[in-house]
Design a protein. Structure first.
Length: 334
């Protein structure tokens, strides 16, 4: 038999064990909660730091690209939305025609801290819409391509023609169209040259009453790509002009000194290791040839974007250096 006095001791021991287990359980829960909070807070701070770094690099890459592309286009504002190890950024872009701003498009980019792990975001960038519409005059004259327009604003998109490329004689010249519009209309026009020129030559030969806002640089390392070719039926296809989103060059600063060849080379060097490094390296290597780096004399211009009123731009009619002239945005002065 168990002694009477042994039963309370047994119960007390059992209670002590239960209390110890309960304390251990509560302590473990508290520790787990503290660790979870610390880990979550640390992860939150780490996510902010990683996202901030990725967002900064994304903006750097986009501004580097903008410095060598987008004729007469400027970034007016940036909005962003961060997620878990990913985010999106929207760039609002506008044009300026003789001091009049024109909302142009919005570019949306998606970035990830680890590009191979997209997490919540999948995809690339979404650009402003464009649309093509038939032009009766172009159809009548046998053009194989159509007019392009900004799908958001309805404004015309500029075309560019590479010198010596065979377009089957179908090169637009909108200078005569200027006579048919209000002479006070402010217009943007892409001028494609008959041959490459230096920046000094372009600035000298363009009439001073016209504003030179952007210069188109020769970045075409594979001219054979634009040669006519025969399809399987024996028909010959000719090159189409380049849209303004496909050309590279440099322009003026709205609030600073004009860019030059040296600035263009510096802009290329900024993008050699970024998001668009393939295109930057292709252009950089084409310009430098066998040298260590390009020089200012390697920058040859194939065209220029001008602004002015309809009357002023008509001074270009008959100029031997004008191979093509394509209207872009058109606005009123006020």
């Amino acid at each position: 038999m168990t002694a009477p006095w042994e039963e309370p001791d047994h119960k007390n021991l059992s209670n002590l064990i239960k209390k110890a287990k309960r304390k251990t359980f509560i302590r473990n829960i508290i520790i787990s909660l503290i660790v979870t909070v610390v880990v979550l807070f640390g992860g939150f701070l780490l996510n902010i730091q990683l996202i901030s770094s990725s967002s900064s690099q994304e903006s750097k890459d986009e501004y580097a690209l903008k410095n060598i592309s987008g004729p007469n286009q400027y970034i007016s504002g940036i909005t962003g939305q961060d997620g878990f190890l990913s985010g999106t950024t929207e760039y609002n872009i506008y044009k300026v025609v003789e001091g009049v701003p024109i909302p142009w498009r919005t570019k949306k980019t998606v970035y990830n801290v680890f590009p191979f792990l997209p997490f919540a975001n999948i995809g690339g960038s979404v650009n402003g819409l464009s649309l093509s519409l038939p032009d009766p005059d172009m159809i009548r004259e046998g053009y194989e391509y159509t007019r392009s327009y900004n799908g958001l604003t309805g404004q015309r998109l500029m075309n560019f023609y590479i010198p010596d490329v065979n377009y089957n004689g179908k090169v637009l010249n909108d200078l005569s169209a200027l006579e048919q519009m209000d002479q006070d209309k402010l217009v943007e026009m892409a001028i494609s040259f008959d041959k490459p020129y230096s920046l000094a030559e372009v600035r000298k030969m363009i009439p001073p009453e016209l504003t030179q806002v952007w210069y188109w640089v020769d970045t075409y390392d594979n001219r054979k790509f634009y040669d006519p070719y025969k399809d399987g039926n024996g028909n010959i296809s000719f090159a189409n002009p380049l849209f303004e989103s496909w050309v590279f060059g440099f322009g003026i600063h709205l609030d600073g000194p004009q860019m030059n060849e040296k600035d263009f080379i510096a802009s290329l060097e900024q993008g050699l290791e970024g998001k668009y490094e393939y295109e930057f390296n292709r252009i950089y290597n084409y310009l430098r040839g066998d040298k260590a780096k390009p020089s200012e004399s390697d920058i040859r211009l194939l065209g220029v974007v001008l602004t002015g009123n309809a009357k002023e731009l008509q001074i270009l009619k008959g100029q031997p250096y004008v191979r093509g002239a394509v209207l872009g945005a058109i606005v009123d002065k006020y």
